[in-house]
Design a protein around this ligand. Sequence first.
Ligand code: G
Ligand code: G
Ligand code: MN
Ligand code: NA
Length: 262
Amino acid sequence: HGLTTALPAALERGEFFIEYQPLVHLGDGRVHGAEALVRWLHPQHGVLGPDHFIPLAEHTGLIVPLGRWVLQEAVRQARFWHEQAEPGCSVPPLRINVNLSPTQLHHPGLVADTVDVLERSGLPPGALCLEVTESALIGADEDLLKPLRQLAEMGVDIALDDFGTGYSNLANLRRLPVRVLKLDRSFTRGMQQHPADPVDRKIVEGIVSLAHSLELAVTVEGVETGVQAEQLRELGCDTAQGWYYARPGPPDRLHTLSLADA
Ligand code: G
Ligand code: G
Ligand code: MN
Ligand code: NA
């Protein structure tokens, strides 16, 4: 595959960039933070989304340096937002979510790299949330969970991404150093009509109740309409993300959004 061989040079040439999609509090609509989503500005093909190159990067191992770059860049951006919010500003500092792929999770340098990036930026660990897919943690043994536990102990939040698609044992959740469940988009789709699909409603109700009893927050993904946002808010979901609020975009826009609702 032509793209595969081009990846390392693309990283060196600085062809990757990050878009930020806001996460908002469902209660009051305030911006809570943003998810960092990587893109490749390919010299011939134009902007390529992660689906075009993350699986290749995973396969070749380039995901490790690429992921490190994304983390460093996203944390630097979040630190910049923090500086702008201080001092005496009524806007709470924005949080930053960064995706981790399974290979990164297995990489022995994960904790040291993350500590290093946080220390050099000055961003408080509590402002960083690492997203790991539910499927990457299914059947995870203690060796795999240990680095996540270490990060969680430092104050970094861990989110379970695409939650509800992986058929994980719910009792297993207790064992994971996770603070946030990111409910998969498929559940949000079931909230399109009002009243919502009764089965989807019951499932979301059950997940929210379980999550809150385990002191986990629930983020919903793929919110495209006000009807969905309202029903998910009524069901007790905490934060939301989706085109209804904003598409992924450049970082400056996010800061403007958060100041606008102050
Ligand atoms: O917007 P979207 O097409 O950007 O993202 C598609 C998928 O790519 C999502 O599942 C998202 O988790 C993943 N993704 C986006 N950015 C990154 C990244 O920096 N690292 C990893 N591992 N996955 C990412
Ligand atoms: O990490 P994750 O798979 O959750 O990545 C989020 C993905 O969802 C990205 O591809 C992002 O562009 C996409 N996305 C974000 N908001 C919406 C939305 O409201 N609707 C749909 N269909 N996709 C969305
Ligand atoms: Mn994600
Ligand atoms: Na997701």
